[in-house]
Design a protein. Structure first.
Length: 452
């Protein structure tokens, strides 16, 4: 970590950007001249000067420019010089809520992202969809104050890089979210990650074209009409219906073929397990027309999941990019569903565990065998991440949901790039990996802010 700088306002209108001579020399600026200064997405030409009256870690900036840039004075900044440009930052934005009221309620929890501020530095701004001022290219949000270790409300310039942790698919804010992220991409280019989002059907189509993934993909088709379900049931006896843009297990149904051609539908509603028995295909058609929309669901072959105490078990692998832009494994976790539940999501009453321990317990593997299976999932995840990036997805944080059947075959159930929340690490008793994942998110955003 290099020297950090504090910005100090100056009223002298004859000077615009002032450094200590030793600092200017260290950065390769050894004489007075004009240079571009970039703050967030904004870039302006300023006249540089030096003075020994400054501390070496001080930058003096005219009040005119501080006001024009909406530059916050609380952070400690890094400073990079790239040819004829000085970059002050990093400026990192975190889209953390849909409304300002919701954002205010989450501020304490969001401090986890700045726990390692000394390694990140710069201006870190959390904001909501409601706080985006597109015309002014400004954000009404909260800035982290490293001195008080609190958030400070204000209006700030657009950051140089950002990522989102909101989960809005299947909500009224979905269209606004997508329009806002598309706007950021137009303004900021490729300096926002986990964008654009993709759905289950798109992911299956991309991966289905690659022979190396074929053995790991359950048969999946797009739902268009009730006949599609019965056709899949003739091959697999049991299938899952999943909302194409679904998250947290919401809207998921298991449909299984019963005696005499009846269909049993199991799902969760209002935090309770429900089931409906359709004795005839006609009854199922009525149910499907009421609850399913064409092209809004996928039909996926049911995989024979491992079970623990009668509860289904699958595995969440978290991969994320570090400050060098390289993928790292942030843990393999097991998820066991609630009693009689058709989904394993923690939010639906499930439990989290350490993946290696669960593999050893349920498959009676040695340490080496369990680690070998974990490595297979990591290798598969890395190959999938490369494929997603070739499809134009800027990935920085991915969650892979894998199943392992009793024959030890690994299946990919789905991929989460909307917000692969590392909270599962805390639920599994791995607090250090939870904070590590958040720090890597921030350091990768820092890399992007510098143009990496």
């Amino acid at each position: 970590m290099g020297m950090r700088y504090k910005v100090v306002p100056m009223s002298d209108s004859q000077h615009e950007f002032m450094l200590h001579p030793a600092c200017a020399l260290r950065l390769g600026i050894d004489r007075q001249r004009k240079m571009s200064v970039r703050v967030g997405i904004h870039r302006y030409e300023m006249k540089l000067s030096t003075s020994r009256s400054l501390q070496e870690n001080e930058i003096k900036l005219s009040q005119k420019w501080i006001k024009k840039l909406s530059l916050p004075l609380q952070p400690f900044y890094d400073m990079h010089v790239n040819e004829n440009e000085i970059i002050l930052g990093p400026f990192i934005g975190l889209l953390a809520a849909t409304t300002d009221d919701k954002l205010a309620k989450h501020l304490t929890g969001l401090l986890a992202y700045v726990k390692d501020y000394r390694q990140i530095g710069g201006a870190i701004i959390v904001f909501s969809l409601q706080g985006v001022k597109k015309e002014e290219l400004q954000i009404d949000g909260y800035l982290y104050h490293p001195g008080t270790k609190r958030w400070s409300k204000g209006v700030y310039p657009y950051p140089a890089a950002l990522f989102s942790i909101v989960e809005v698919s299947m909500t009224k804010d979905w269209r606004l979210f997508r329009a806002t992220m598309d706007h950021f991409r137009q303004v900021m280019g490729d300096r926002l990650f986990n964008h654009p989002l993709f759905n289950k059907w798109e992911a299956h189509q991309w991966l289905g074209r690659k022979p190396e993934f074929a053995a790991h993909l359950p048969e999946t088709i797009e739902y268009r009409k009730p006949d599609d379900v019965t056709r899949m049931l003739q091959k697999h006896q049991s299938v899952y219906l999943k909302p194409t843009w679904g998250r947290l297990g919401l809207g998921v149904m298991e449909v299984s073929l019963q005696d005499k051609g009846s269909l049993l539908i199991r799902f969760r509603k209002n935090r309770q397990n429900k089931q409906v028995l359709c004795k005839t295909f006609r009854e199922f058609t009525v149910f499907a027309k009421k609850h399913l929309k064409a092209r809004r669901y996928v039909i996926q072959q049911t995989v024979a999941l491992l079970r623990k105490d009668g509860r289904i078990v699958d595995f969440r692998l978290i991969l994320l990019k570090n400050q060098h832009g390289e993928w790292e494994d942030a843990g393999l976790y097991s998820r066991s569903g609630g009693k009689h539940s058709v989904i394993s999501n923690i939010s639906a009453g499930g439990n989290a565990g350490w993946g290696i321990a669960t593999l050893k317990l349920l498959l009676r593997l040695t340490d080496a065998q369990a680690d070998q299976m974990r490595q297979k999932m990591i290798d598969l995840g890395l190959a999938i991440a490369d494929t997603l990036q070739m499809e134009g997805i800027h990935c920085g944080n991915l969650g892979f949901d894998f199943a392992v059947d009793p024959m030890q075959r690994i299946w990919l159930l789905e991929i989460n790039n909307q917000n692969p929340d590392p909270l599962i690490a805390r639920r599994a008793g791995k607090n250090e990996l939870f904070f590590y994942a958040l720090k890597m998110n921030m350091l990768y955003a820092k890399r992007l802010a510098w143009g990496g």
